[in-house]
Design a binder for this molecule. Structure first.
Ligand code: ZN
Length: 171
């Protein structure tokens, strides 16, 4: 993780830096990296000769944003890129659709249901999305609470296998 990025072509260096950022974990769901979240917007050496890294906050007010910023700074420092410029990219705003397919697989593997397309049905209370159980795949699940272990997740329970699980909310 602390390998110094060696001089070379800009494209090769940018790729090495992306690989480095792929090891920076999301503080709320550590199984996901910030690359899995889709929040790394650009990694490029600009005309000023410095590396510019653009990051989009997952959602405003999320306490993880500052933690992520510090973790990225630490990773870049360790790679000998202490003069890198961190840029906050606010537009377009992040949505859970930016999660990579690798992120969906990692969430399911640790028992967290990945975000689902919103289902509008008058029979479903509070517009709660229909979330299949990550353990048994049953679609008869119920939302127990709007907030799970973090504000980004809701708490569900499967009616088939009776297991509770977290759902990564669509934002
Ligand atoms: Zn189940």
């Amino acid at each position: 993780m602390s390998a110094v990025i060696k001089p070379g072509g800009a494209a090769a260096r940018e790729q090495a830096i992306r690989a480095l950022l792929a090891e920076v974990a999301d503080p709320e769901i550590p199984v996901l990296s910030i690359v899995d979240l889709g929040i790394v917007r650009h990694v490029r050496f600009e005309a000023d000769g410095r590396l510019h890294v653009g990051i989009t906050p997952t959602y405003s007010g999320c306490p993880a944003t500052e933690v992520i910023r510090t973790a990225v700074r630490t990773a870049l420092d360790a790679a000998g890129l202490a003069d890198a410029v961190l840029e906050e990219v606010l537009s377009p705003p992040w949505t859970s659709e930016w999660l990579t397919s690798a992120a969906h697989a990692k969430l399911e593997a640790c028992g967290i249901a990945p975000p689902q397309e919103p289902v509008s049905s008058p029979r479903r209370l509070w517009n709660a999305p229909l979330v299949p159980c990550p353990r048994c795949g049953s679609r008869t699940t119920e939302r127990v609470s709007e907030f799970g272990s973090t504000p980004c997740k809701a708490h569900y329970r499967c009616s088939a296998c009776r297991e509770p699980f977290d759902y990564f909310k669509c934002l």
